[in-house]
Design a protein around this ligand. Structure first.
Ligand code: UD1
Ligand code: MG
Length: 422
């Protein structure tokens, strides 16, 4: 933004993208209303597992909230992609008008197309998951495959696999370390993590979209701050994605907030995760992105014993609804501790030692079972704070997400000098 002309162009970009984002928000809201019935008719619907049962409250209006259209994330995802397709001519007009002089291996244009391809792939695969209910191993494979276009472009454009070592580790590793192919493994795993981390921190109305809105807003604030730094181009690139993404998600949140009228499905979780991974990788701020994912990282680490089947993992781990109190409580799993492998027994012992689990022994007919809460951050909050209304629970989790974003900014700015030369 050094010259007045550059500033004028930047202003024009942001005006166009902000206007587009406004239009996008209205379009998504109208489309959700228009397609709700079609989704339900085509059996794309799910039971809200934490609402009153019709037999119990047949006369109340809330009974008809029980079934909601599923996979509405596909509406938001498609509109998000269409917006970006329409936006391509704005920043890249010189590539279109002077096509003969463009070096296609060294510019943001190729990055943008590869990024769109990855997001598009993930949207499609997420929708397939909603329709076919894929197994977990397939979900991991799917995200890895969708990240390949992105990694190829990174390889062709940058192929920079060195990382600056944080100050405390420099006596051991030196100033920089070249990770080579391991760097690509790291980026592939980042994409897999981002797509699945949002999906497993889910199950209460508004949480999938709410957390994504907080993460997207944090990224936007970070990008705006960094627009004044040397790497302003990559942060501007990230804004091209994040501004329309935020407006589509806000529109979806209106319908998904408690009591939710629609479910966003795995489609939304996957396309959101891939959008974050795309901007984090191509914007060169993957470490900062991971800091914005602190609650998801905690949820993943806490979930490991169930995700890797050290102890049994039921199909749904979301909190249990108690109709008599209209509150949600921890959901639990019953199993024989003696039948679990050594990793299962060790993880339960460790969690117990750290007071991170609610364990009831001597359960079942022969008193040979233990009952423990499902290992999710939602249940952990309920363990510490007790049963609460579903909306209060989602507010607690979103407040935690905001606090973690603030911590990320503190680590990145005021105390960054402890880790890097700034
Ligand atoms: C993930 C979680 C699972 C959790 C589910 C809920 C893991 C390994 N998997 O599975 O434990 O139960 O998400 O999203 O952690 N639903 C509600 N209220 C909501 C959102 C969803 O009742 O606010 C229910 C609905 O029945 C909906 C279903 O969850 O149809 C969607 O589940 P799905 O996204 O298919 O579950 P997974 O992502 O496989
Ligand atoms: Mg899901």
């Amino acid at each position: 933004f050094r010259t007045p002309l550059q500033r004028m162009f930047a202003l024009a970009f942001y005006t166009i993208i902000i206007c587009l984002s406004g239009i996008v928000q209205c379009t998504v809201m109208n489309l959700i209303i228009a397609t709700t019935r079609k989704f339900t008719l085509n059996k794309l619907k799910g039971n809200d597992l934490k609402k009153v049962h019709p037999q119990l409250h047949q006369q109340t209006a809330r009974a008809d909230l029980l079934q909601s259209p599923e996979a509405q994330g596909v509406v938001a995802g498609c509109i998000f992609l269409i917006t970006l397709f329409l936006f391509i001519p704005v920043p890249f007009n010189q590539h279109i008008t002077e096509s003969q002089n463009v070096n296609l291996t060294d510019n943001e244009f190729v990055e943008m197309l590869a990024a769109l391809l990855s997001v598009c792939c993930m949207l499609l695969l997420g929708f397939v998951d909603d329709v076919l209910d894929l197994r977990w191993r397939h979900k991991l494979l799917v995200a890895t495959i969708a990240s390949l276009p992105l990694l190829m472009v990174y390889y062709v454009n940058f192929n920079s696999t060195s990382i600056v070592v944080p100050k405390p580790f420099r006596p051991l590793f030196g100033m920089t370390v070249d990770l080579g192919w391991l760097f690509y493994v790291y980026m592939g795993m980042l994409a897999v993590f981002c797509t699945n981390a949002i999906n497993i921190l889910a199950g209460v109305n508004g949480l999938e979209v709410g957390q994504s809105v907080v993460i997207a807003s944090s990224i936007i604030v970070f990008n705006f701050i960094e627009l004044f730094g040397n790497l302003w181009r990559t942060h501007q690139f990230s804004l091209f994605f994040m501004l329309p993404y935020l407006s589509t998600s806000l529109a979806l949140l209106r319908f998904n907030w408690y009591p939710s009228q629609v479910f966003v499905g795995d489609t939304f979780c996957y396309f959101s995760g891939m959008t974050f991974a795309v901007v984090g990788i191509l914007g060169h701020f993957s470490k900062m992105l991971l800091l914005f994912f602190i609650p998801q990282v905690i949820n993943f680490v806490y979930s490991v014993p169930q995700l890797f089947h050290f102890i049994p993992c039921p199909r749904h781990r979301l909190p249990r609804y108690n109709a008599s109190t209209d509150q949600v409580e921890m959901s639990k799993t019953k199993f024989r501790l003696s039948e679990q492998n050594v990793l299962g027994r060790v993880s339960i012992a460790l969690l117990r030692l750290l007071h991170l689990v609610h364990l009831e022994e001597g359960v079942g007919e022969d008193a040979g079972y233990v009952e423990c809460n499902n290992l999710t951050l939602l249940n952990l909050v309920l363990l510490w704070r007790g049963p609460m209304n579903e909306e209060t629970l989602v507010r607690h989790l979103l407040a935690l997400q905001v606090i973690c974003s603030l911590i990320a900014f503190v680590i990145r700015y005021p105390i960054a000098f402890l880790f890097y030369d700034i």
